[in-house]
Design a protein around this ligand. Structure first.
Ligand code: MLT
Length: 411
């Protein structure tokens, strides 16, 4: 008799975005004529820019000729891409990295979900609350969290509430924790930390020999100064932080799949006997065993992000989404809703009106004005009473959605 991994039974219902899709499909079946606008999952809608498409076409042609055909590539990614990542995303900000500290992958979702494998099961983890569900669920699957209680919290996770009351800035945990997940600009709240605020976390991690798992997938959307793009802008962070980045939102790769993770060689963790080990080596071992690299064609496409035209074109797309963000922000504010985020991130986080629960507001929005958003509570207990809209829709749909909310939603 084969035995299952019983930790899977501790997971709550469906994966959040799968559950939303299920509810929307049901509504669509019952209301086939409804013109639904989807501002739920943060999925991009603008096409890949011409510089990327050109590079992709050229790479496809190379794959069709014996002289330039490529089979298995390096599991960690091709040097042509890694060197561009280092020069443009790090060196330009005064951060030096070696090529073997960058691991190209198929997504920040996979990497933030998989990274926990190289850590012991006894580690105590801390997450901001609300939080991107992958960090929690992947630790539940591994058996690191205990079981969930009636408040929606897993017994062994330290939750760091981020609400309007603390301006969405998490406080340092009162108890010692070993692994800390931080995502800034934040998904789902769209809020950021200043360099001074992030430094407190780096200092905490250095003092406590903890590791920060820093998801920086939305850094390309930062507009304001003093908002760090990389955790390595903070002194000492290379000793304690792993950073996740993605081309998904930056350059429209949600369907194309390319991301990367930085594991500096200085970052160490310990055996139970106190023996020090480089996490870089462990992650390299994990990736070379379980992953065969991102397709050549896709890595060439990602490389084109760093060309002059590529940079100019993706900036136009990012500006397009951020204009959507301000249309949503200003539109909702004008009818008296309390809104957050949407300035340095493509997510708008709002307080539900009339004290409605997150799912009540989800149903109201879907039923009354046919708009799909994401219930805040789906990201964690402190998200209750909040709701997320994304700026990744088309301009037309974004304007239409705001108009419907302003004129037809009863609040
Ligand atoms: C989201 O909507 O939070 C994102 O699309 C999730 C993801 O990037 O996987």
């Amino acid at each position: 008799m084969a035995i299952i991994n019983e930790n899977y039974l501790k997971l709550q219902g469906n994966y959040l975005f799968a559950e939303i899709a299920r509810r929307v499909n049901k509504y669509k079946e019952e209301n086939p004529d409804a013109n639904i606008i989807r501002l739920g999952i943060g999925d991009v809608t603008r096409p890949l820019v011409p510089a990327i498409i050109k590079a992709m076409h050229e790479a496809v042609d190379e794959m069709g000729k014996a002289e330039t055909f490529r089979g298995y590539g390096p599991e960690q990614g091709y040097s042509f891409l890694i060197s561009k990542i280092i020069d443009n995303d790090y060196k330009a900000r005064g951060i030096s990295l070696d090529e073997d500290e960058v691991f190209v992958s198929d997504g920040a979702k996979s990497d933030t979900g998989n990274i926990q494998e190289i850590f012991g099961l006894d580690n105590l983890i801390a997450v901001t609350d609300p939080v991107y569900p992958v960090y929690v669920d992947s630790n539940v699957m591994a058996g690191r969290t205990g079981v969930i209680d009636s408040s929606g919290r897993f017994g062994k996770i330290t939750y760091l509430p981020c609400t309007a009351e603390n301006s969405f800035v998490p406080e340092l945990p009162k108890n010692r924790v070993d692994m800390i997940y931080l995502c800034f600009p934040n998904n789902p709240t769209g809020m950021t930390l200043s360099k001074e605020q992030l430094k407190k976390w780096v200092d905490y991690a250095r003092e406590n020999k903890s590791i920060i798992l820093y998801d920086s997938a939305y850094e390309a959307f930062i507009k304001e100064d003093n908002v760090p793009h990389s955790i390595y802008e903070i002194e000492g962070a290379k000793e304690v932080a792993i950073e996740f980045r993605s081309f998904s939102k930056t350059a429209g790769f949600t369907g194309t799949r390319c991301a990367y993770t930085v594991v500096p060689k200085e970052v160490v963790a310990y055996t139970k006997n106190g023996e020090e080990h480089q996490l870089n080596k462990l992650w390299n071992r994990r990736q070379t065993t379980k992953f065969n690299g991102v397709p050549y064609v896709i890595q060439r496409a990602a490389e084109a992000v760093y060309t002059e035209e590529g940079q100019k074109q993706i900036k136009e797309t990012i500006d397009y989404y951020m204009t959507n963000a301000s249309i949503i922000r200003e539109g909702l504010k004008s009818i008296g809703l309390q809104v957050f985020g949407g300035v340095n991130a493509p997510y708008i986080w709002l307080k539900t009106p009339k004290g409605l629960s997150s799912w009540e507001f989800f149903d109201k929005l879907l039923n009354e004005v046919n708009i799909v958003g994401t219930p805040g509570v789906g990201f964690g207990p402190s998200g209750e009473g909040y709701f997320r809209l994304t700026a990744f829709g088309s301009r037309e749909n974004t304007e239409e959605a705001v108009e419907r909310i302003k004129t037809r939603l009863e609040i």
